[in-house]
Design a protein around this ligand. Structure first.
Ligand SMILES: O=C(O)COP(=O)(O)O
Ligand SMILES: [Mg+2]
Length: 223
């Protein structure tokens, strides 16, 4: 295969984390005196990191502007506390993830996670699902100055793995992964089962759409 590194998105690509995220988001809303929102609505608010999810969830608006600083501080503290309490309880690995990771490992490529999720929630999830040892780099939403869709986290992962962007393949579920990878000069695949902020993945500018991580490994082997 012509790739030396694979960069995986986490939420909506490796793990279906929405049940726990929605539980924590609604626990936060309840604590702040707000009515719960449907999980399907909350799924469209995931993708640009935790502070953005808290903003969108408090406003129940995908284009949320920053709420008043006191409410934002309460929301962040409350969401973080509730998410730590449930993180991973109802999350599941998507079908084909374990087979795909094993296939990439057999192919001898280096692997990293590039997620907008903060480090404090990411590392426990990778350990709980027993996939941490596959990754020689973990770039989270608070690792770099910018998050996806900025290319900085993708480029940082390439540096960590010592692989040029032209030899890397990113796999994600959302517009944030597609834009970040393209801006970094990285080939990118999309999976259709994630969140993508409520949009159809066929609208994304990606190199291809694959149905699973296992299929991504087969796609990469053909390049
Ligand atoms: O935390 C988010 O908003 C999304 O995380 P992801 O980058 O792993 O999809
Ligand atoms: Mg994602």
């Amino acid at each position: 295969m012509r790739f030396d590194a694979i960069l995986f998105d986490l939420d909506g690509t490796l793990l279906d984390t929405i049940p726990d995220l929605a539980n924590a988001a609604n626990a936060m809303r309840e604590e702040l005196g707000l009515a719960p929102l449907p999980q399907a609505t909350l799924a469209t608010y995931v993708g640009k990191g935790t502070p953005n999810l808290v903003q969108r969830t408090l406003a129940n608006n995908p284009a949320a502007t920053v709420p008043d600083p006191a409410q934002m501080a309460r929301g962040l503290e409350s969401f973080g506390r509730h998410y730590h309490a449930v993180n991973g309880d109802a999350a599941t690995l998507y079908p084909g993830v374990l087979d795909g990771l094993a296939a990439f490992a057999r192919a001898g490529v280096k692997m990293a996670v590039v997620t907008n999720k903060p480090t404090e929630f990411t590392v426990p999830l990778l350990e709980r699902f027993d996939i941490a040892s596959y990754f020689s780099g973990v770039v989270c939403g608070d690792t770099c100055e910018e998050k996806k869709p900025d290319p900085m986290p993708m480029l940082h992962a390439c540096e960590l793995l010592d692989v040029p962007p032209s030899k890397a393949l990113a796999i994600g579920d959302s517009v944030n992964d597609a834009l970040a990878a393209k801006a970094a000069g990285i080939t990118v695949l999309a999976v259709p089962y994630g969140y993508n902020e409520g949009m159809d993945v066929r609208t994304l500018e990606v190199d291809d759409i694959v149905t699973s991580i296992a299929q991504a490994a087969q796609w990469a082997a053909r390049q």
